[in-house]
Design a protein around this ligand. Sequence first.
Ligand code: SIN
Length: 315
Amino acid sequence: MTSDLIADLVVILGTGGTIAGTATDASDNVGYTAAQLGVAQLVSAVPSLAARRLETEQVAQLDSKDMDFATWQLLAAAVARHLARPEVSGLVITHGTDTLEETAWFLQRVLAPAKPVVITAAMRPATALQKDGPQNLLDAVAVALDPGASGVLVAFGGSVHSAGQVRKVHSYRVDAFASADGARLAAVEEGQVRWLARLSPAEPPLGLPAIARPAAQWPRVQILLNHVGADGGIVRALLAQGVDGLVVAGTGNGTLSNALEAALREAQAQGVRVVRSTRCDAGPVTSSADALPSAGASGPVKARIDLLLALLDES
Ligand code: SIN
């Protein structure tokens, strides 16, 4: 028997952010409070979305600087639940810009969805004179309905980025995201998605059981930086506090001062997992047998997610 069910439903999950933020003065682009409007209000502010088959669910309501593991667990479970519905074409997640790339990479690693999960956000609050949220939301829905889309994607400022490549590259500009070490995947122009690059084949998903442990018991993985005069003090302070993993954002190709490297090797000898990334905006850290393990092409925050997930898997 053939099914005539059309997968044309987009579920929009709200988590807060500036896209849902409000200020008392429309000309104030920075003195606002994030995460004030519900996701249903964001949708109703875009009249042309009334022509789409949409559902909304408020999963969280926070400023994404405060995103946490428990909210990630809730979000991943909600995403998986809606993706399993045959009538769903894809999902949109409204999020803050500040940690958007971390949530994108986390969801990609855990779920590696075949259907599109499109994260969007805004650099200006919903009350601003030049608000960018409504257009970004409209574009994200177009991507979620596009037959060429799959995996966790970011739709922002008329561009589509993969979860692996996307980085917030500007603290104020409306065009705040870029594919840091590759091409943007697509442009969204007047509701049309114009693909510019092929989607890379995804690694298999880790699955929800991989993140089932209570959030308070997740490994402690910290990020630190090499810089002029870097010594081992921070590493030793973290060891004294208790830490399971360290991601060091080295200079250039993951280079470390002698003192910092010595302290990291002490940490490694004590059973702490150490990974070397780069503080450069893009590019890999090449691996070598006598150096601390490389994060490959993952920047520090995504390398931290990889290490967190590896440690969850091992324990
Ligand atoms: C946030 O990340 O939640 C606030 C900042 C933003 O969305 O631009």
